[in-house]
Design a protein around this ligand. Structure first.
Ligand SMILES: Nc1ncnc2c1ncn2[C@@H]1O[C@H](COP(=O)(O)OP(=O)(O)OP(=O)(O)O)[C@@H](O)[C@H]1O
Ligand SMILES: [Mg+2]
Length: 528
């Protein structure tokens, strides 16, 4: 029997071999994921700079290519975000697991992988380097580079520094990749539309491979408040985090250590907790034995009096902005029902999260979406477009809620929007496609939808009453002139009475009809 050969591989090499787990499973999906990753990085950078994002996306075909299924495309994404300091550019784009978003605060990016994966996929399918142009306000740095996949490091091929007379700040990334645009076109446009829905303060311009221009204009300049980084919550730590904190932080004793390194731990909590964990508050953290460490971490789960996790590390969209975004992208009118709710923060496994939900129904929704439920799912302002049935949001909307109690039947057009934001979204894969079941998240999502749907029943009933009245009034309008003429003749008048005011009232648009019902009865009464 031959001996197996042992070797170690780098993170880049791992994702090169297993790219499907990062969303790069085939040419069409890879096209979609590459765009999504680059746009998300751009949006994160603009939000970090607190400027309304101006995002430019262009996908173009390289030269003259035969009519094959997949083609080589040039992908270009530009933003007006923070830009990157020159010394970080090579690693940020050409080293897997290098990034600036490992802090405990909400961001789209979490893994330090997405943008680099797009570069890696481009490289392995076209053998072309990536070009990154960026400035943090000073000089403009232009890098051309590729990834040394086996060593997980950047290979800088060119680095130019240019003057920046206009003080431009932002980043432009351009790469080539083998993709399949025609298969993913609708999904991609849907992604941009849904992004515009939850980032209503962004202007997104897209030029597709046929040169068609898509513009998603911002509906507001207001932005949600920036999330702040927070200390870890004791409920969320494990032995490894604890060990790292002990190694990296100075504290004279355990009581001080607990107070300095965890959120919501003051003198009294620290003393009570350490008593429960059977740790002397005056001992030095460096003297903890492995058994002590395990006991402390186990005790964090038992201690019930820690404060709830702080939610300032989260940045929900907010009811006003979310309503602006949905109304804009779904072209809702005043006749449609829309209710948006932002719930209070909750927690799962020590991580805070907030659920926002919106429910909309009405004539516009029927025209654009048809009957039945259409679900829009978002996590940290990222649209989740794949595997709808596997996610927790689908379950909450379709299984946990009895829609009959809201007078919603299978013919009712209903749009449900759910946004979950957290410092740790329980994604099932690094491709960020859907969320794993977490009972706390499921419960909150269900409650949020219920709260937003509370007014639906009243709206539906009022609408069907108005429609009935409208039908009745239409008949009235049809026969009134004849009745007037006939009555005038019977009464011996030369001229029939003027029925115009009544007819005007009955020909009004739907939301005015209810008002006009009263108006008509007044006119009828006064002419009696
Ligand atoms: N357009 C950009 N503007 C500013 N910084 C950027 C931009 N794109 C990438 N970066 C930097 O490069 C880092 C790596 O990006 P990458 O997409 O690989 O990982 P990430 O966004 O941190 O996490 P994720 O894997 O979840 O996307 C980011 O953390 C960020 O610091
Ligand atoms: Mg990213």
């Amino acid at each position: 029997m031959s001996q197996p050969e042992y070797q170690s591989i780098s993170p880049s090499d791992f994702f090169y071999r297993n790219r499907e787990i990062a969303g790069f499973s085939n040419p069409s999906r890879a096209t979609y994921t590459a765009v999504r990753e680059l746009i998300e990085n751009s949006l994160d950078a603009c939000e970090a700079r607190i400027v309304p994002p101006d995002i430019f996306l262009r996908i173009s075909e390289v030269g003259d290519q035969k009519d094959t299924e997949t083609k080589i495309y040039i992908l270009r994404v530009e933003d007006n975000g923070t830009g990157l300091p020159a010394e970080h550019i090579p690693r940020a784009f050409a080293q897997v697991f290098y990034g600036s978003k490992y802090e405990l605060k909400q961001a789209r990016g979490t893994f330090g992988l997405g943008g680099t994966m797009a570069v890696l996929y481009g490289q392995i399918t076209t053998h072309k380097p990536v070009q990154v142009t960026s400035s943090i306000g000073g000089e403009i740095h232009e890098f051309v580079m590729n990834i040394d996949i086996q060593n997980n490091s950047a290979n800088v091929l060119k680095h130019n520094v240019k003057a920046n007379p206009t003080k431009w700040q932002g980043t432009a990334v351009e790469l080539q990749m083998d993709g399949d645009y025609s298969r993913i076109m609708y999904k991609l446009i849907e992604y941009l539309k849904q992004t515009a829905m939850v980032v209503p303060y962004a202007d997104i311009t897209y030029i597709d491979p046929r040169g068609r221009l898509y513009k998603f204009e911002r509906g507001t300049l207001k932005m949600p408040p920036l999330p702040e980084s927070v200390l870890p919550h004791p409920h969320g730590v494990d032995v490894e985090t604890f060990k790292r904190l002990i190694a990296s932080k100075k504290a004279k004793d355990m009581k001080q250590f607990m107070m300095d390194n965890f959120q919501g731990v003051g003198t009294i909590t620290a003393e009570r907790f350490l008593k429960l964990a059977k740790i002397n508050p005056n001992m030095s953290p460096k003297k903890l034995t492995p058994e002590d460490l395990v006991r402390i971490v186990r005790s964090t789960k038992e201690y019930g009096d820690f404060k709830r996790p702080i939610a300032t590390c989260l940045s929900p969209i907010g009811e006003e902005l979310l309503e602006t975004g949905i109304t804009k992208e779904l072209s809702l009118t005043e006749e449609d029902y829309i209710k948006v709710v932002t719930r209070k923060p909750s927690t799962y496994l020590g991580y805070p999260f907030i659920v926002e939900a919106a429910v909309s129904t009405g004539r516009t929704i029927r025209k654009t979406h048809g009957s039945g439920i259409t679900l829009y799912r978002f996590a940290n302002r990222i649209p989740l477009l794949f595997d709808e049935g596997s996610g927790v949001i689908w379950k909450a909307a379709n299984k946990n809620i009895n829609w009959k109690t809201y007078s919603v039947d299978s013919d009712t057009p209903l749009v449900i929007v759910v946004h979950v934001c957290s410092i740790k979204i329980p994604y099932k894969s690094v491709g960020k496609e859907f969320m794993a079941d977490q009972p706390e998240v499921e419960k909150e999502v269900t409650n949020a939808i219920r709260e937003a749907a509370r007014g639906v029943r009243g709206y539906i009933r009022r609408r069907s009453r108005i429609q009935r009245e409208r039908r009745r009034l239409n008949i009235f309008a049809q026969f009134l002139p004849k009745i007037a003429e006939f009555s005038a003749k019977l009464a011996g008048y030369d001229e029939p009475p003027d029925v115009e005011p009544l007819l005007e009232a009955v020909s009004a648009t739907l939301p005015e009809v209810e008002e006009n019902i009263e108006e008509v009865s007044r006119i009828v009464e006064s002419s009696e």
